[in-house]
Design a protein. Structure first.
Length: 477
């Protein structure tokens, strides 16, 4: 018989309709269809199908000839999908239905043998893990590029002083490199979080069936090994219903989005006329349709905006999962779109942010000139008194009085004369001026994690090593 005669020419493929006397209502079909977004899982579904075919052969459920034909047909279908020659139709409910249709059209009845020992429940759980484990490495590679852009700027400004702020108020002088590397530290944690996530996601659900496992003599561990998983699942009910890996990925993506937003917010502030610390390159800025002079930091602003989208993906998925009984429920169809959107969002934002950061032009003279503004050397003066045996409480009060004096007389700490220092407190001897310089204040912060040049250089070295390890992991090395 011809292939179409084997399956019924012109009949839509449906994986679940054998006990129904009629087809689904149009409203149900429209609600149920997911192939418009889960089609991107086709390469991973076919990858899993190859492994499943080999396990069926090992179990004696496919002959040598049947396995050869099956693998060849899967390979042909994969090429056709990648080339766009095979596409889902309006009648295909999901990616699994579309691909089974493709195999049936190629193999006839033999194509239907591949369904033995697996269900859409374990298929989709496997496909989504494969997709995310693949794409999390791509995301990490793009994240590495942003980290390297920040590290490059930090190296160029390894001796540029800048105002360090808390509460958006001038606090203490720091190196600009130290500020930039603070963002790299956060991004490095994001990359580490993705690697940790991958270790937990490396469990294969394939072979667990709908929820209870299979009575067929299959080998889930062999499938897991072929697909690059560390092991097969230990509990079939959990395997098909678990979406922790999807929620955890969305959390890692959302937190990365938050870190991107914080960097974006600083660049927006720094590029304002009021700050004037940095200029965004023309390639990563836009203008105004009405105001000719405008240069807007749109990349940084969009990074802030996309963070809200990433957070929404996480909260939406958690809300879907929170009330579901075990095992599989159709609600889980809603797991894919937030995950896909998170992947797409990060792969759009990260290259733009890396390009913008790498081409920023910092105004080092302005940064250095304002590093001590706002009486930012007050803490250094208080700590000098502490080193001389003054209790910090008293030192804090003395320097606080000096700051008030400066505010009244509209001057900075370093501008106060020796006589006026003595008027404020006898503890403020002329030699306290030794700490009232920005280079001295920065150099004094030489403890671990401090902003002293030597400590920043050490931090740079460690981060470069860490980022190179991230890049190697992303490349599969």
């Amino acid at each position: 018989m011809a292939a179409d005669e084997d399956r019924g020419a012109g009949q839509p493929v449906r994986l679940w309709g054998s006990r129904f006397e009629s087809g689904p209502a149009d409203a149900l079909a429209r609600l149920s269809v997911s192939v418009q977004f889960d089609w991107r899982l086709a390469p991973y579904d076919l990858l899993a199908s190859r492994a499943h075919a080999r396990v069926l052969h090992m179990a004696g459920l496919l002959t040598d000839i049947e396995l050869t034909r099956m693998l060849a047909a899967i390979e042909d279908l994969d090429r056709a999908c990648r080339a766009g020659a095979f596409r889902p139709t309006a009648a295909d409910e999901d990616v699994h239905t579309a691909l089974e249709r493709g195999l049936l059209e190629s193999l006839g009845q033999l194509g239907g043998k591949l369904r033995a020992g697996r269900s859409r429940n374990d298929q989709i759980a496997t496909d989504l893990r494969l997709y995310l484990r693949d794409h999390v490495r791509i995301i990490t590679a793009r994240l590495t590029e942003l980290e390297l852009a920040l590290i490059g700027q930090a190296e160029r400004h390894s001796h540029t002083a800048a105002p360090g702020m808390t509460h958006m108020q001038h606090a203490q002088p720091i190196l600009l490199a130290h500020q930039l590397l603070a963002h790299v530290q956060a991004f490095a944690r994001d990359a580490s979080r993705f690697r940790d996530w991958d270790a937990r996601a490396a469990v294969s659900p394939l072979g667990m069936g709908a929820l209870a496992g299979s009575s067929l003599p299959l080998d889930p561990e062999a499938v897991a090994a072929e697909l690059g998983f560390a092991s097969a699942a230990d509990n079939s009910v959990d395997a098909v219903s678990d979406r922790d890996f999807a929620a955890e990925f969305c959390f890692a993506a959302a937190l990365l989005g938050v870190h991107l937003s914080r960097l974006g917010e600083e660049i927006v502030l720094w590029s304002t006329h009021e700050f004037g610390w940095v200029e965004v390159d023309d390639a990563y800025a836009t203008g105004s349709s009405i105001m000719p002079q405008k240069k807007n930091p749109d990349v940084a602003e969009l990074a802030r905006g996309k963070a809200g989208r990433l957070i929404g993906n996480l909260t939406g998925l958690l809300a879907t999962l929170k009330g579901l009984p075990l095992a599989y429920d159709r609600d889980l169809q809603e797991d894919k779109e937030p995950v896909f959107d998170a992947v797409d969002t990060l792969l759009t934002v990260l290259p733009a942010m890396a390009g913008m950061v790498g081409t920023l032009r910092f105004h080092a003279d302005r940064l250095s000139a304002t590093a001590a503004a706002g009486h930012a050397l007050a803490t250094d003066l208080a700590e000098l008194l502490v080193r001389r045996g003054v209790p910090f409480r008293e030192a804090h009060e003395v320097v606080g009085h000096l700051v008030v004096w400066c505010q009244v007389h509209d001057c900075e700490l370093a501008d106060v004369s020796e006589d006026d220092l003595a008027k404020v407190s006898t503890l403020l001897t002329p030699d306290v001026r030794e700490v009232l310089t920005v280079p001295g204040a920065i150099a004094a912060r030489a403890g671990r994690g401090g902003t002293a040049p030597a400590r920043v250089a050490e931090q740079l070295g460690r981060l470069r090593q860490d980022v190179h390890k991230q890049a190697a992991w992303a490349a599969g090395e």
